[in-house]
Write a protein that binds this ligand. Structure first.
Ligand SMILES: [Zn+2]
Length: 312
């Protein structure tokens, strides 16, 4: 017999604030237990989406996270209106999620190793990437470079934010440029793709990790399956755009169950040490003594070698 709670409207056997049905195995899961299990179905291993606070708590050493640029907020430069004006959508998303935009970034530690970390939250307007998300990813990358610590980005996104039009699309170039600079300087970047990582986010920073990790069965791709099928006028293979399919085809390096993600990141960070800052690259620019107009042949060769071995 179900327990009768005095202040709960009687809405059937499984009130939705207490229970969630697993879309894979159909089991009813008690929400508190689901949260405790990192929102992974204990019966079939289905990975539910994880909110940003739970993700940070799981990945980082306790109390090590220091958020940066928490006050960045989207504006409405295009005065965009679809069914609702963009500012109204933003306001609603802020209320329901308690966030200011779909990503936040900061520094923290994973098993003692300092990292710059940017995490997206699908609950905020489908994790769409507007100027704020792009700026946060970029600042996280720039900070990683300055401090010479690894960058980790956990993506969850439907793609670029249509309400910011071209300004959203510009974030692809901006984030890619920042990550290219990390690559040039030998500072590691690990991308973690969670369900879903699609559109402009997959087409930019999410696919550019030195190591690209994905959660099991995450939807990962650029265009939606229907668009892809329409374009090639063929039916799609089973498992199309799922993490395991991308692993098989070389877009993803490892599929990592959520429970193992923190340890896997710690292991990878142990291997991927940021390169020492090259004296050649930065110092040569302001050094008039060499007489080679800032060109440092040793630094240049060392840098090339580092790229070969570090990036291969
Ligand atoms: Zn299940």
């Amino acid at each position: 017999m179900p327990i009768k709670l005095p202040f709960r409207p009687r809405g059937g056997e499984f009130p939705p604030d207490l229970w969630t049905r697993c879309p894979s195995c159909g089991d009813m899961l008690y929400n508190k237990q689901l949260e405790k299990n990192l929102r992974v179905c204990p019966k079939c291993g289905h990975h539910f989406r994880l909110r940003v606070d739970a993700r940070l708590a799981h990945l980082l050493d306790e109390g090590s996270f220091e958020e940066r640029d928490a006050d960045l907020e989207s504006v409405d430069p295009l005065a965009f209106v679809d069914q609702k004006p963009y500012p109204e959508r933003l306001a609603a998303a802020k209320v329901t999620t308690g966030l200011r935009d779909a990503a936040l970034w900061g520094t923290g530690r994973i098993a003692g190793q300092r990292v710059a970390l940017c995490v997206m939250d699908f609950a905020f307007m489908g994790g769409s990437m507007g100027s704020v998300v792009g700026e946060k990813v970029t600042r996280a990358a720039e900070h990683a470079l300055d401090e010479r610590i690894p960058l980790i980005v956990v993506s969850a996104s439907g793609g670029a934010r249509m309400q910011e039009g071209t300004l959203a699309l510009m974030q692809l170039a901006k984030t890619c440029a920042a990550i290219a600079r990390l690559a040039e300087e030998g500072v590691p970047y690990v991308s973690v793709m969670t369900d879903p990582t699609t559109g402009g986010v997959f087409a930019s920073y999410a696919a550019l990790g030195d190591v690209n990790l994905a959660e099991p069965n995450a939807l990962i791709g650029f265009a939606g399956a229907r668009v892809a099928a329409g374009t090639i006028a063929e039916s799609l293979p089973p498992g199309f755009q799922r993490a395991e399919f991308l692993l098989e085809h070389g877009f993803v390096d490892q599929v990592v169950p959520r429970h193992e993600l923190r340890d896997r990141l710690a292991l990878l960070l142990g291997y991927l040490r940021p390169a020492e800052e090259r004296v050649g690259a930065r110092a040569a620019a302001g050094d008039g003594v060499s007489g080679l107009g800032g060109f440092n042949p040793l630094g240049f060769l060392a840098g090339g070698g580092e790229r070969e071995t570090g990036r291969g």
